[in-house]
Each structure stands twice: as structure tokens, then as C-alpha cells.
Ligand binder design. Structure first.
Ligand code: KG4
Ligand code: ZN
Length: 325
């Protein structure tokens, strides 16, 4: 079995995954959303302190598996450096005390492997749209090691733009679920926001301009919360679809997936589903509980790394807050 640890942002999570059949045997996650909500975003030092309390508590529940562990895996990149270090220190301690190898895992790869948890039918190659709080990337994933990036964001990410809109509207953190909820009761045609990077062929994403359009709309129409959320969500999603269609002109996929915390958005899922039908692609999404950050996806990804013997020495493992693909 592999014990995996995730602490790249504000979720403390540990999982146990069986190597032979990739079955998830144990999974627990303690989220800090309420603690950060009043600040309208994650406060890194507070997150680190809360990980230092939550992770040992979860580990206590895994003790029965210790004798069967063949490796310990941990997210070491990308993320908040002060929170990554909490998980990495715990992983190092386990590696030394149980005398088992250490596997560093890229958090973005973890999100891709969330598609495989308890789902043996998933396989590469596939096109992947990764939408989280830190990233917006359009990828071609051929294998664990072969990932091509078609487009990435120039500024804010898709999920982050929901968080910022929620903050401007005083809706708390995280913004994604609450903006999606408000949008259900709003008129998406009321505000004529422009789709970012519409007139450039550049394969890239940008959400800072849309955020400023929303800011102005809120100033002029403070009562129009639901209509603003609906109009924003519509344009934020159109931007993804516009660039995805551009990629589909040069590349075809049989399988396409959406992963990351924001892949829980039902409006986005249904728009991408329509596109997949039009382009004859099968759509893959992770189970809702595995869309946002969790250690089960890190454990599932670690099975591939274990089979490829991607181990790190204790003094070699690095914390890289900003790594991309
Ligand atoms: O993957 P994740 O849990 O953490 C990172 O790796 O960043 O993603 C969190 C992000 C947050 O920005 C959150 O607002 C967004 O995912 N999110 C959503 C929804 N649920 C979560 N964004 C849009 N719609 C949602 N329903
Ligand atoms: Zn994430």
C-alpha cells in the first residue's frame, strides 16, 4: 500500500491506496474553508498552522496500515510553500521511521489521476482541461511522463476568477460553488461582458480583464448579484470553449476530461459535454468528491510513480511552489 499526503493549499488530506489494484482503502480530508472564509481567500500562515494540527490527527487513524506500507507519497509542487512543507516534513518522517521510499507528486498530475480513482476504464491519451484555483490549462496527456501544454493562463485562473467575483460581491470563500448557485437564479444575458482574448489567435487564457468588467458592473448595479454571477459564469465558460475549439481545429481527441476543483461546476460540465458530443469525444470527469484537492488523487498518481520507481532521496525532495507542466 501507499500512504499519500496532500497539503498544497487549504485541505489537509491523507489516503491509503493498494498498489496491486489501485483500490482506495482509506481517505480523509479536513477542509479549512470556514477558517479562511472571513478573509475572502486562503491565508497561507493560517493554513500551515491548521495543517500542523489536522495532518497528525488523520495520520493517527491510519496506523493499522503502517505495517503494509511500501512507500509514502506527498505533494511537493505546485502550491503554497508554507503549506507544502507541512506535508513534506510528515512524509520524510514516515519514510525514515518506516524505512520506505519517498515519492514526490506534482499536484496537477494528481488532479489528472483523479479520473482513475476506482475507475479502471479510464486510459490515456486524452485531452484535459485543468481548471483549479491556481491553474487553467489545456493539455494533451499521453502518459504519466508525456504531457503537452496547448494553453495556459496569462494571469488569474478560472477558479480564482470565481473566488474574486465572490469576494467583490461579499459572498465568502471559496467563490466557485456560491457564484454557481447565484447564477442559477440570474439572467446571463443582462450584462454584456466581452469574451477575453477573442480577437487574438493566441492559445492562452486571461481572466483579469473580465474580473475588472465585473467590478464595474457591481459598482453600477450593486443589487444585481444573481445577474452578474450568471453573466460572468457564461462569459468565463465561453472563453474556455472558444480556446478549446481552436485547439480542436489542430488536434483531435477521442477522450476528453475536465479536472480540478472548478470541474465541479455543472454549467461548465454541460457546456463541455455539448462540445464533446459535437466533436465525437467521450467526456471524463472525476467523482464530485475527488474534484477538489484530496490525497486519494495523489495516491492514485503515486501508483504510476511507484511502478516507474520515481523515488526521491530525503535530501533531494524539493518544494516548488510555482512548477507547471
Ligand atoms: O483544485 P482545487 O480544489 O484547488 C487548487 O488546486 O487550486 O480548486 C479550488 C478552486 C477554487 O478557486 C474554487 O472556487 C473553484 O475551484 N471551484 C469552483 C467550483 N467549485 C470549486 N469554481 C467554479 N464553480 C464551482 N462549482
Ligand atoms: Zn488542486
Amino acid at each position: 500500500m501507499i500512504l499519500s499526503i496532500e497539503s498544497s493549499c487549504d485541505d489537509s488530506s491523507i489516503a491509503i491506496t493498494r498498489i496491486s489494484d489501485a483500490k482506495l482503502l482509506f481517505h480523509k480530508k479536513i477542509s479549512q474553508e470556514i477558517d479562511h472564509s472571513k478573509y475572502g481567500g486562503v491565508v497561507p500562515e493560517l493554513a500551515a498552522r491548521l495543517h500542523a494540527i489536522a495532518l497528525p490527527n488523520i495520520l493517527e487513524e491510519c496506523k493499522e496500515y503502517f505495517q503494509d506500507l511500501k512507500a509514502v507519497a506527498v505533494t511537493n509542487e505546485p502550491g503554497l510553500s508554507v503549506t507544502l512543507v507541512e506535508g513534506v516534513c510528515m512524509a520524510k518522517a514516515l519514510s525514515i521511521s518506516l524505512n520506505i521510499p519517498l515519492i514526490p507528486i506534482n499536484h496537477l498530475k494528481g488532479h489528472i489521476y483523479s479520473l482513475f480513482i476506482d475507475n479502471p476504464k479510464t486510459s490515456f491519451p486524452m485531452g484535459v482541461l485543468l481548471v483549479s484555483g491556481g491553474h487553467t490549462q489545456l493539455l494533451h496527456v499521453e502518459s504519466y511522463e508525456k504531457i503537452e501544454v496547448f494553453a495556459t493562463t496569462l494571469d488569474d485562473s478560472f477558479g480564482e476568477s470565481f473566488d474574486k467575483v465572490a469576494k467583490m460581491l461579499g459572498l465568502g470563500y471559496p467563490g466557485g460553488p456560491v457564484v454557481e448557485e447565484c447564477a442559477k437564479n440570474g439572467d446571463e444575458k443582462r450584462f454584456d461582458f466581452t469574451v477575453p482574448l477573442l480577437r487574438t489567435p493566441k492559445l492562452a487564457f486571461s481572466y483579469s480583464g473580465l474580473k475588472n468588467q465585473v467590478r464595474l458592473a457591481i459598482e453600477e448595479n450593486p443589487e444585481a448579484k444573481n445577474d452578474i454571477c450568471a453573466s460572468f459564469q457564461n462569459i468565463a465558460t465561453k472563453h474556455l470553449l472558444h480556446k478549446l475549439k481552436k485547439v480542436l481545429q489542430i488536434k483531435s481527441f477521442k477522450n476528453f476530461a475536465i479536472v480540478g476543483g472548478a470541474s465541479a461546476n455543472k454549467y461548465l460540465r454541460s457546456e463541455i459535454e455539448n462540445l464533446c458530443t459535437k466533436y465525437s469525444m467521450s467526456l471524463h470527469v472525476a467523482d464530485m468528491q475527488f474534484c477538489s484537492d484530496n490525497a486519494a488523487m495523489i495516491g492514485r498518481c503515486a501508483i504510476e510513480a511507484y511502478n516507474l520507481k520515481k523515488f526521491a532521496n530525503l535530501d533531494e525532495i524539493e518544494i516548488n511552489p510555482r512548477t507547471n507542466f
